[in-house]
Design a protein around this ligand. Structure first.
Ligand SMILES: CC(C)(COP(=O)(O)OP(=O)(O)OC[C@H]1O[C@@H](n2cnc3c(N)ncnc32)[C@H](O)[C@@H]1OP(=O)(O)O)[C@@H](O)C(=O)NCCC(=O)NCCS
Length: 390
């Protein structure tokens, strides 16, 4: 099997659901912008792309009707470029990149794009009209369980304390705030956003402005400051608004090529995808998914945890991120070096693609060779992709 090379990987900023800077910007606008920006940065003609695979956790409403295809048309890609929407909840973005890579590895395509999008402002978590199967929901309520409740289950089953959760959250925010100050989020492309502005005659006009940074980072967060917050998920629980991932709007895109195509187009590859694995676990403790997915992917890659230079381990909740890091004996100096989803947000179906862009930028800057993107997944799964810089 031949290798799939990543030649560009970018993201929009992540902005807070409902109140953030993207609250009036539709998901197709975020996605089509970042897809085009990805192609432009790579310096290739969009007509070279065979197919685009786009992760989205709730592909309905404004992000329905196959947003993968709609966005590549809105981006101005030629009509020959096909597009699909991919859903595996929180890993949708990395699933889409893996599928895009597999097409190249199989020899079915030479140039593909994988990415992700989620506007949690436009389409809420759970979707607009959740309709669990009535009898099956009685038989297996955990299949439809709230993610916050699973975070509390992880804490109570595995002895994760409120204090550690808050310390983990404070650390995530501190790293993100420092990285923002130092301009380390080089994978972000300043993204056009829209707002309705009242005119002198009382009508509203849609005006464009640029967003160039993640807007949810609460610099100065302290353990004492967040101690007052209660768990919205369980009376006396440990998962709070400050130590859970923020709900966020954003989009990300990664362009992949075969080596032959890189040479033909004179494009320099950044990295290759070495392995991707997904593993199932109990639905009511879905947060522990990476404990199974990371070893599974490492085995495929023929690598050990110690070989990995950097991890982007999605912080769905402090409870599960702490448990997974501990169980896998991760060196915390290598994990989420610029902060994680607690500080920067977790735009569900975009996250895998967002973390890929962040990981590759960090590996490039630090000179690392191997990196991992991993996350837990609603329904009870974990996903892990291993990348190697070239
Ligand atoms: C936990 C959750 C419900 C909180 O949502 P929210 O109420 O909209 O969060 P907010 O940002 O408004 O914060 C709530 C409160 O906490 C406070 N807060 C949050 N972070 C804080 C921080 N770092 N420092 C101080 N206060 C903080 C806010 O100021 C606010 O206080 P107020 O009510 O007095 O104004 C939501 O973020 C969530 O569901 N997260 C998990 C998402 C998820 O499940 N994703 C899938 C994972 S698999």
């Amino acid at each position: 099997m031949r290798d799939a090379y990543i030649v560009e990987s970018v993201r929009t900023p992540g902005c807070k659901n409902g109140r953030g800077l993207f609250k009036e910007t539709r998901p197709e606008e975020l996605l089509s912008f970042i897809m085009k920006a990805c192609v432009d940065k790579a310096g290739i003609d969009a007509g070279e792309i065979d197919d685009t695979m786009i992760g989205c956790s709730f592909p309905e409403g404004e992000q329905g009707i196959n947003i993968g295809r709609i966005a590549n048309q809105m981006a101005g890609f030629p009509e020959s470029v096909s597009g699909a929407t991919v859903n595996r909840f929180c890993s949708s973005g990395i699933e889409a990149i893996a599928l895009a890579a597999l097409r190249i590895q199989a020899g079915w395509s030479d140039v593909t794009m994988g990415g992700g999008v989620e506007s949690m402002t436009f389409v809420p978590m759970g979707g607009n009209t959740p309709r669990p199967h009535p009898e099956y929901a009685n038989e297996n309520p955990a299949a439809y369980i709230s993610m916050g409740v699973t975070a509390e289950n992880v804490a109570s089953r595995y002895g994760i304390t409120r204090q550690e959760c808050d310390e983990f959250a404070v650390n995530s925010v501190a790293k993100a705030a420092k990285a923002q100050e130092e301009g380390l989020f080089t994978e972000i492309v300043p993204t056009p956003a829209y707002r309705s502005v009242e005119q002198a005659d009382g009508t509203f006009k849609r005006e464009q402005f640029l967003v160039d940074k993640d807007d949810g980072v609460r610099a100065g967060t302290t353990v004492e400051g967040i101690a007052r917050l209660n768990s919205p998920f369980k009376a006396g629980g440990v998962a709070t608004a400050a130590n859970s991932s923020q709900t966020t709007d954003g989009a990300a895109a990664t362009l992949l090529m075969s080596l032959d195509k890189c040479e033909e187009l004179g494009v320099k590859p950044i990295a290759k995808i070495v392995a991707y694995a997904v593993a199932g676990c109990k639905s009511d403790e879905m947060g522990i998914g990476p404990v199974f997915a990371i070893p599974k992917a490492l085995k495929i890659a023929g690598l050990k945890v110690e070989d990995i230079d950097l991890f982007e381990l999605n912080e769905a909740f402090s409870t599960q991120a702490l448990y997974c890091s501990r169980e896998l004996k991760l060196d915390m100096d290598k994990v989420n070096i610029n902060g994680g989803a607690i500080a920067l947000g977790h735009p569900l179906g975009c996250t895998g693609a967002k973390l890929t862009a962040t990981l590759l930028a960090n590996l490039k800057r630090t000179g690392g060779k191997y990196g991992i993107v991993s996350m837990c997944i609603g329904g009870g799964m974990g996903a892990c992709a291993v990348f190697e810089m070239v």
